[in-house]
Design a binder for this molecule. Structure first.
Ligand code: DGL
Length: 270
């Protein structure tokens, strides 16, 4: 089998990366996909960098064993803590895409921004990856950051578009430091599922950025450049592996993909 026809490997701690997988499936329908949701260890956002790197390495080994041609880190926390490590240890064997860089490149292209808010997990915010990368390309912009640790577990548990999610979102976003922002970055791949609420909260004058579109374009560009696009004519096959079989994963996958998905269990070693 040609390398082109090998699957794309995508991973996250849980359902968040499905927002990225969904965007990739829509733009690259012929690609086979292996998705790994590390549901046994979520949330990644409250774990130490060392532990997130350990899980990311185990998942990468698993995806390599399944012949993946590309690795998409569909998680901001893992991108912040583990991208350099994975690049160093596996970069020779597999192309690796993270979710931070494609988004920052697109912020750079938008000349209208003078104050940007970032919300994400404790880990992503503590890593400082966004302000550092944004300031490197747009030096005069003001960047304000807030950790919003309840959001990913809330979404993972199926609370979005309801009263509970509404209250938590409002409590976080009412922070005074968000006054006069012109953009907010959803620095967690779970958050596109509450993007509408966030847009409504701030109104149309604030741009809401998430990584789904930009990551999908980055994946497509690299596959084209490396001549790795799958040339099969039929629709790609999608397999979903979970380190713990959770009902909420299947429920959210159904919302995103419109039909039930079958998930397979794979235990990561302790
Ligand atoms: N979806 C993830 C992210 O983008 C992780 C959420 C979590 O497990 O804490 O950071």
């Amino acid at each position: 089998m040609l390398k082109n026809n090998f699957p794309l490997g995508i991973f996250d701690s849980g359902i968040g990366g499905l927002t990225i997988a969904d965007a990739i499936i829509k733009c690259l329908p012929h690609e086979d996909i292996l998705y790994f949701g590390d549901t046994a260890h979520l949330p990644y956002g409250d774990k130490s960098p060392e532990l997130v790197r350990k899980y990311a390495a185990q998942i990468t080994e698993f995806l390599l064993e399944h012949n993946c041609k590309m690795l998409v880190i569909a998680c901001n926390t893992a991108s912040a803590f583990a991208y350099d490590f994975l690049q160093e240890n596996y970069g020779q064997r597999i192309k690796i895409i993270n979710v931070v860089e494609p988004l920052v490149e697109n912020l750079e292209a938008d000349r209208s921004l003078s104050k940007i808010a970032i919300i994400g997990t404790r880990g992503t915010i503590a890593s400082g990856v966004y302000p550092k990368k944004i300031k490197a390309v747009i030096p005069n912009v003001e960047v304000v950051c807030k950790e919003t640790p309840l959001l990913a577990p809330m979404i993972e548990a199926g609370f979005f578009h309801d009263k509970i999610s509404q209250e938590i979102i409002e409590a976080y976003l009412s922070d005074q430091q968000f006054k006069n922002i012109d953009a907010i970055v959803l620095a967690c791949t779970h958050y596109p599922l509450i993007k509408k609420e966030i847009q409504v909260f701030f109104g149309e004058k604030v741009k809401v950025f998430d990584s789904t579109d930009f990551t999908q374009k980055a994946v497509k560009n690299v596959l084209e450049k490396e001549q790795l696009l799958n040339n099969q004519k039929k629709k790609g096959q999608h397999r979903f592996f979970l380190s713990d079989n959770t009902a909420s994963f299947r429920a959210t996958a159904k919302i995103l993909f419109g039909s039930e998905i079958e998930s397979e269990f794979y235990a990561l070693s302790k």
